[in-house]
Design a protein. Structure first.
Length: 120
């Protein structure tokens, strides 16, 4: 079985996370998307609708499909290199993936390796 590791991180931390991930054995690749979100800690008082709709902060959503044995190292790298210690650093989670296939040739994802490079 494989795992999907997803994380929402600060855009400024992406280069640090990316560099750390490249050093992990069995690290396959990552997909990155620009997203927006907000954190609502209990210390924030009542807000009006305008504030609720305009306080989104740019974030990066990182998604990685990896062998189960690489998942813990990937999560640790994201947490260590994505952290600033401030509210809004983000979140990381793991989801089991029962099956996945490469669209190009139908190969099961479990048979892919880091030598399979993405090209246009």
């Amino acid at each position: 079985m494989m795992k999907e590791i997803r994380a929402i991180i600060r855009p400024t931390r992406l280069p640090h996370v990316q560099a750390a991930l490249r050093g992990i054995t069995n690290y396959p690749a990552l997909v990155v998307g620009k997203v927006e979100g907000f954190t609502a800690p209990p210390s924030i008082g009542p807000r009006n609708l305008k504030e609720e709709l305009t306080d989104f902060v740019p974030k990066v959503l990182v998604s990685i499909l990896a062998p189960t044995e690489a998942a813990d190292a990937i999560v640790q790298a994201i947490m260590q290199h994505g952290r600033t210690g401030k509210i809004g650093d983000g979140l990381v989670w793991i989801t089991p993936v029962d099956q996945a296939w490469r669209i190009r040739d139908g190969a099961p994802a479990e048979t892919m390796n880091t030598a399979d490079k993405v090209t246009d």
